[in-house]
Design a binder for this molecule. Structure first.
Ligand code: SAJ
Length: 423
């Protein structure tokens, strides 16, 4: 089987090497010439455990090559980004549409086309199907079209692509059957067949479910902080109930999925999707909450014990910028919004993230030097055990505000650790 995969990013590339690993001939297509030349020399442009080894093997076995142009194949898989449209936050299908148009000259009767990109419900039927019909194909007869969303967690992509259950949503039953055969090449999880529109809604709803539940945890934090209850204890105790799973509160929700996909549903039915929109607003309000709480903490701990403006030029040390622990991925990261808000209020800030190379960021030591408070915004492994002695020595006020509840308490009287439990 020859497979052509359009988009060689976080999903397209790992999918490509897994097909190659399982005996297929694979062409990985991307519009970025730098990505194509680096992939052909076995250089990765994304960080993902196990990917490099698999790419090397695929190239050495001559089963994988990267190209700027699609080639005639049996199967075409589209894995390109789908951001929000600026005006109404609906699903921007422009990359998907141009990827579909780009494969038309290579399509032949009996081919299968699979859209893996996350798309708004009804997109396959209303927007993608007509593109191929216009080109003369009858869907379900001489071309098979399906939406098969991926559901993998960055950092575990290879493992989850193989083992997770997979939704296969065809335009017709024959389309679902053909798409299922494609994934049987390497998927060990269950392959569940359905209609395209159901697959689209399921994928958007998976991320929306998580976003709404995180919003509930964040709302709980605000309530508990107002009335003086320990949020983290509440969550721990409530979650002992066999049917309760309160998520973790934090500085907001980032990433390219949870912070984006709920709007795809909302923009289709704004009058009905009230809870979905409220959850987005709640999660988007968390950076403001973090900044306001930081100011309160500084005020409470100021030596003059009066007004924050009277602490002369407090310096804020930001620990962690990425949206997800142990990665350098900053897409939609709430830490970036916190930084912007602090800057707008003219706070001096130092920024440290051991997973990100950025000339504006500095070492841990430089970051905490003379700081009045350290704010942990990403749950990186490195932040679990902070160097308390160094902090006591270097910081003006040895206070840590841990918004991710990961910093281990050293029970030292000299270093104050504040989290969402004791705000
Ligand atoms: N977060 C919280 N509290 C929590 C859990 C997460 O504040 O209890 C925050 C994180 O800090 C982060 C954001 O939410 O800022 C999203 O992180 P994540 O790890 O939950 O999700 P993603 O965006 O990396 O990946 C999600 C996954 N979807 C689900 O778990 C339903 C993944 O399986 C999907 O494949 C991916 O979206 C996607 O591509 O849609």
């Amino acid at each position: 089987m020859k497979v052509c995969i359009i988009g060689q990013g976080y999903i397209g590339l790992p999918t490509a090497v897994l097909f190659a690993d399982n005996g297929c001939e694979v062409v990985g297509v991307d519009i970025n010439p730098n990505i194509i030349s680096s992939l052909n020399s076995c250089e990765l442009h994304i960080e993902e455990p196990g990917l490099k080894e698999k790419l090397e093997l695929a190239i050495n076995n001559k089963r994988y090559s990267a190209s700027l142009n699609p080639q005639k194949s049996d199967v075409f898989i589209i894995t390109v980004p789908t951001p929000n449209n600026i005006e109404d936050l609906s699903c921007d299908l422009s990359y998907v549409i141009s990827a579909c148009e780009s494969i038309i000259p290579c399509l032949g009767k009996g081919n299968t086309v699979i859209i893996e990109s996350t798309i708004a419900p009804m997109s396959t039927n209303k927007i993608i199907k007509p593109i191929f019909e216009k080109a003369g194909f009858e869907i379900g007869k001489d071309l098979y079209l399906a939406h098969c969303p991926e559901r993998v967690l960055p950092g575990k992509i290879i493992e989850e692509l193989i083992n997770n259950d997979r939704i296969v949503g065809g335009i017709t039953l024959q389309c679902s059957n053909k798409a299922a055969e494609v994934y049987e090449t390497f998927v060990k999880g269950k392959i569940m067949k359905t209609e395209a529109k159901t697959a689209e809604m399921s994928k958007c709803m998976e991320n929306t479910f998580r976003d709404v539940n995180i919003a509930l945890a964040n709302e709980l934090t605000k309530i508990c902080s107002k009335i003086g209850v320990n949020t983290l204890d509440v969550i721990e105790l409530a979650n002992k109930h066999p049917r309760v799973n309160i998520h973790s509160p934090g500085p907001g929700v980032g990433g390219h999925c949870l912070a984006i996909d709920p709007y795809f549903i909302y923009s289709l039915a704004p009058d009905e999707a009230k809870m979905i929109k409220l959850a987005r607003n709640t999660n988007n309000s968390m950076p403001r909450f973090v900044v306001d709480k930081t100011k309160e903490i500084l005020k409470d701990n100021s030596t003059t014990n009066t007004n924050i403006k009277q602490i002369k030029n407090p310096k804020i040390a930001i620990l962690g910028v990425s949206y997800k622990g142990n990665t350098g991925d900053t897409r939609e990261s709430p830490a970036l919004t916190c930084i912007e808000l602090f800057k707008k209020e003219d706070f001096e800030i130092g920024i440290h993230d051991p997973h990100i190379n950025d000339e504006n960021y500095c070492s841990f030591e430089e970051c905490i030097e003379n700081a009045s408070i350290c704010i942990v915004l990403s749950d990186h492994e490195e932040f679990k055990n902070l160097d308390y002695d160094l902090m006591k020595e270097k910081m003006r006020n040895p206070i840590v505000f841990d918004t991710k509840n990961i910093v281990k308490n050293n029970n030292s009287k000299d270093l104050k650790i504040i989290n969402y439990g004791n705000l």
